[in-house]
Design a protein around this ligand. Structure first.
Ligand SMILES: [Zn+2]
Length: 124
């Protein structure tokens, strides 16, 4: 599949969502996100699209850095492996977040607590 076809598919998905959800709430607060999970074993990419209204960010020293961190390719580590739908093997897959469209008003959620529920006092 060429890049042009990928782009056209993405535009169609975006258009399709907003045509079937024509409310002012959707057109103001909803964007479409593309989530790619790439198998480390066979490189197959599982792609899903989903509407979002909140971008949940890790807390860093600036909003710009938090947004940059959000879009960095992540790896599913040990104990959190991904089972590939193509080769059916478990692997430490890559997860890539992309934005298909932005809402007019985007809400940022800053993760002020760590995974144990403890507040990050050094920054907040
Ligand atoms: Zn695979």
């Amino acid at each position: 599949m060429s890049d042009l076809n990928c782009t056209r598919t993405s535009i169609d998905i975006n258009r399709q969502y907003f045509e079937s959800n024509p409310s002012i709430i959707d057109s103001t607060f909803i964007g479409i996100e593309k989530n790619i999970v790439e198998c480390a074993n066979c490189k197959y990419q599982s792609v899903t699209y989903k509407p979002y209204s909140v971008m949940s960010l890790e807390l860093t020293d600036s909003l710009e850095n938090s947004i940059s961190e959000y879009f960095q390719t992540k790896s599913l580590g040990k104990g959190n492996e991904y089972r590939c739908e193509k080769c059916e093997e478990k692997s430490e897959a890559k997860v890539i977040e992309e934005i298909l469209s932005l809402p007019n008003i985007l809400v940022f959620h800053l993760k002020r607590f760590d995974s144990r529920g403890k507040k990050k006092h050094d920054i907040v």
